[in-house]
Design a binder for this molecule. Sequence first.
Ligand code: GLN
Length: 485
Amino acid sequence: MIRDLHNQLVAGEVTATKLAEQYLRAIEEKDGDIGAYLTTLRTQALEAASLVDARLARGESIDLLAGIPGAIKDNICVAGVRATAGSKILDNYIAPYDATVIEKLKARGAVIVGKTNMDEFAMGSSTESSAYRKTKNPVDTERVPGGSSGGSAAAVAAGEAVWSLGSDTGGSIRQPASFCGLVGLKPTYGRVSRFGLIAMASSLDQIGPFGTSVEDVAIVFSRIAGSDAHDATTAESGNGKPFEDYLTGDIRGLSIGVPKEYFSDTLDPRVRAAADQAIERFKELGATIKEISLPHSIYALAVYYILMPSEVSSNLARFDGIKYGLRVNDAEDSMAGTSTLLETYLDTRRVGFGAEVKRRVMLGTYALSAGYYDAYYKKAQKVRALIRQDFEAAFEDVDLIFSPTTPEPAFRFGEKGDDPLKMYLSDIYTVTANLAGVPAISFPMGTIAEDGKELPLGGQLMGRWFDEETVLRAADAFEKQTAKK
Ligand code: GLN
């Protein structure tokens, strides 16, 4: 889709301004119902579009992404624009600078039409824990779009943006991509700068793109990847060739591992059937399928739900009513006319944070406390190392690892609201890639019929560290093969 629009721009069949207006209108018409956006950026979008039009008018060449409307998750800073991260505690926070990914996208002439809804501080799998609004799944508006990047997924699925950025700490790009019938990529840890991303769990967080095709995702990814002096965990990698140029459709000779732990007896038979079909398709394409074992993946969810909250409790300590956003119980508000610093901290955090955030801060503080550090945090770190070693061993043998992205298609609103553990189980196939740091993509692999609706379901491919090239190439070959059928 991006390439088509680019060709139309270059051929003068459409202007960037018209394109921006078209998407801004789609937001106006649909978003009251869908709820993908928290902020629309009409003025900035039209300004960026007019710069692209001016270049075209002067006969200059433009980047593939120039003039193409996209949306940004609300935990990524855009200078001068509110960034709430889905939380009341950042209700009045205006980002003073651009995140590195935004700087890079702006330099290419990308047009940002708005900031999208999300679970508070990216904690959740349904976008229901946003402090602001409900986001509906455009495929079936009685269902959740997934989370935490539910707004970014819904925006693209509803035609309110061509592409979008999300963040993925344990599945927050791949799971909503699976639920909304999109492609979503979580890059290798360290491939994309986290500078200007409001942190959830710093050793797991990565920014990545959503799109309606693998090529669109590759195009956006090429433009945000790379090392950054502002993020010491980034590494230089690749040879500068854009990822969209690797999509040959040819995956003959690739070997794809299918981990037996992911296909246990508890797997929903409908999901298994869709996955089996996908495996057949990879075979048709000339890939070799091998059963493999990732023996420690059964501990992944437990490890994730110790390490992630530990990092959350530390990262969120900065929201104290002094440095950012909301401040409750200022001296003026308090009855005595004075309030202690501690009261300000406590009242601000009590009012500003939602239930899920408080739950995780408490869990993390507990896991890190002197008496329990060794039993929980340290133990989880050791198991994380074993999980990573599983991948190192597997990738000696295979080039990619395939599984379903989610254990089920999109669920209904409220279905898991009363039980956080049920919600956490949505992440069972996705958290492992974050713990190991490997790249992982979700792509539409089939549908499941429920109540007369065809609900999309994603397949996941994980690759070697910094080998997004193969991950994208295989998902693209699958997509091309599916289109032929
Ligand atoms: N659903 C997972 C969680 O709640 C993943 C979140 C994410 O990737 N940001 O932690």
